[in-house]
Design a binder for this molecule. Structure first.
Ligand code: AMP
Ligand code: GLY
Length: 422
């Protein structure tokens, strides 16, 4: 079988590495991929958002199955277009990807179906949003309705910060049309957990839980980033919490989407907060998380390709999805200065025995050498029976990977270890 993965980040590299293990796949392509992915798949130039371009390539190359990994092409309807061309694809249709594509849709959806989430108000004009903020409880969270490269949620600790967020989204339109409508919601507190799940629209199978580290600096300080590291499983996600989430969040979400005529097939990402009033949804995403995929997929004991096809074909109930009991950690090595301004173009040296445990995000091949080309450069993965060993493995390898201006957090997993070991 010929399989194409659409996308170019560390998540896509993790997907490629896992799919490569499948005996059913003879040829694996990535569009556009990156300099690291090129070591594990055939990379094809192109733009992951270019729907006609991807369909044309898949057709001409006689691709049997496409995995659409990033949010933008899913929200734009790439899976629908591939299917119309007779090519099966992993990922939700456009009408289900809206769960991530519109915060307004997802909040109203949760309210309609009694799925626990933060209380909220929706605004489509700046004046009423600013008036509301005069008396709204503080802290509060201001969110742009549409996709905003993961930067569309602002946790405002003061009234002034909240107003500034509204003005930047609605007046200055920093996220363009994504800020035409905004959600202002209740500030929640508690440990955050990511649960990725496989679903075929009927059956939902949660994967092993994980914990992201979104802030740039140690001690969860500094700016929000795309994610500086992850661990799995997440120690706060106990079996009783898992049971409650299944009952109050996962099953109701999948059932309600089906009943609304938007069956969700693919990877449904539940961003959860374990509040004192129980688990609540912070956000849904319509895809694997990045860098959550980098720790969850190495723990998957079943053939990923089989599971993905079962999601597409509505056969998940008959398919075994197994996870190992071990732990995984991912430390992101970034260019110093990320997420604001950073230099790139520096050669990267990775020890030969470390390649298996590296997921490349922002690097390209230049004259036969891998050089940095992004803020998040690569993720270093550790996998071991205990979290401590997995972290030691990841940090051990990170210390042996060299590039100028490399920066990484030194405390990935520290909070998880404290929760686990007391
Ligand atoms: P989102 O883009 O919705 O995932 O939000 C990004 C991050 O902002 C989340 O991972 C949380 O850390 C934080 N956040 C979002 N919504 C809330 C909320 N209602 N209360 C507290 N923190 C939040
Ligand atoms: N790591 C967060 C995300 O993928 O949205």
């Amino acid at each position: 079988m010929k399989v194409l993965v659409v996308g170019s980040g560390g998540r896509e590299h993790a997907l490629v590495k896992k799919l490569k293990e499948s005996p059913q796949i003879d040829a694996l392509y990535a569009l556009p991929g990156n300099g690291g992915i090129a070591r594990d798949a055939i990379t094809v130039p192109g733009d992951a958002k270019d729907i006609p371009g991807v369909v044309a390539f898949a057709r001409s190359e006689k691709i049997d199955y496409v995995v659409v990994a990033p949010d933008d092409p899913l929200v734009l309807g790439m899976v629908d277009a591939l299917e119309e061309a007779g090519i099966p694809a992993f990922g939700p249709h456009k009408n289900a990807a809206i769960l991530e594509g519109s915060k307004v849709f997802s909040k109203e959806f949760m309210k309609r179906h009694g799925i626990p989430t933060a209380a909220y108000e929706i605004f489509s004009d700046e004046g009423s949003a600013l008036r509301y903020l005069e008396t709204a409880p503080i802290p509060t969270v201001v969110k742009a309705d549409g996709l905003a490269l993961g930067k569309g949620a602002i946790v405002a600790m003061t009234r002034e910060e909240a107003k500034a967020a509204v003005i930047s989204m609605m007046r200055d339109r920093v996220f363009g049309a994504s800020g035409d409508r905004i959600v202002i919601e209740e500030f929640m507190e508690g440990p955050e957990v990511t649960v990725l799940s496989f679903t075929d629209g009927e059956t939902v199978i949660p994967m092993v839980s994980s914990m992201d580290h979104k802030r740039a600096r140690d001690g969860d300080e500094g700016l929000n980033t795309g994610g500086m590291g992850t661990v799995a499983p997440n120690p706060y996600y106990t079996s009783s919490v898992a049971e409650e989430c299944m009952k109050t969040i996962f099953l109701p979400t999948v059932k309600a989407m089906r009943e609304e005529g938007r069956p969700f097939r693919g990877c449904l990402y539940f961003g959860l907060m374990l509040t004192k009033d129980g688990p609540k949804v912070v956000e849904y995403n319509c895809r694997f998380g990045d860098p959550e995929a980098q720790v969850v997929l190495p723990l998957l004991g079943s053939d990923l390709f089989t599971v993905m096809r079962a999601c597409t074909e509505g056969k998940l109930a008959e398919t075994e999805v197994r996870f190992s009991d071990g732990c995984a950690a991912c430390v992101i090595m970034a260019s110093d200065g990320y997420p604001v301004a950073y230099e790139k173009g520096f050669p990267i040296s990775i020890p030969a025995d470390g390649w298996d445990r590296v997921c490349v995000a922002g690097a390209k091949e230049k004259d036969g050498t891998l050089v940095t080309s992004g803020g998040r450069v690569l993720g270093v993965i550790g996998k071991a029976p205990t979290l401590r060993e997995a972290l030691d493995e990841a940090y051990g390898l990170a210390g042996r990977i060299k590039f100028e201006n490399a920066y990484y957090r030194r405390d990935i997993g520290a909070r998880a270890l404290r929760a686990k070991e007391g």
